[in-house]
Design a protein. Structure first.
Length: 133
């Protein structure tokens, strides 16, 4: 159930909090005169709106996000969201199964590229051998 409209400041603050919880405290992309409105939009609507909704848990949102990023070929974002998926409780095996499943629906080349990114990230986060490295 939608809790109703929140103030713009509340949506931004909630989005910034959710983003930090999901992606960690790593450096956020810096906003400037050209990208400031875009970063504000993403913080309010993607993080403060969609990721903050109660309908799916963060593990499920990570599964969907990994699939969507694979389908779109967004490998830079896939690396960050693979880290987030681990933080959200997915195991390396669940990430592998997710990417294997994407091969059927998104294509083998897309899944192959995603596996390369995921293998690197999981190795960095979990140590060598964690992703079959």
């Amino acid at each position: 159930m939608d809790p109703g409209p929140a103030s713009a400041a509340d949506a931004y603050d909630q989005g910034a909090r959710v983003r930090r919880e999901v992606l960690g405290d790593g450096p956020a992309e810096s906003a400037d005169a050209v990208t400031g409105d875009f970063h504000d939009f993403v913080t309010r609507y993607a993080w403060g709106g969609v990721w903050a909704r109660p309908g799916l848990d963060r593990r499920s949102r990570s599964l969907v996000t990994l699939t969507a990023l694979t389908a779109g070929g967004h490998l830079d974002d896939l690396a960050a969201h693979t880290r987030a998926a681990l933080r959200n409780g997915l195991t390396p095996e669940e990430i592998e199964e997710t990417l294997l499943h994407t091969a059927v629906y998104c294509g083998v080349p897309a899944a192959s590229a995603a596996f390369s990114v995921a293998r690197r990230v999981i190795s960095e986060e979990s140590g060598p051998g964690a992703a079959g490295a």
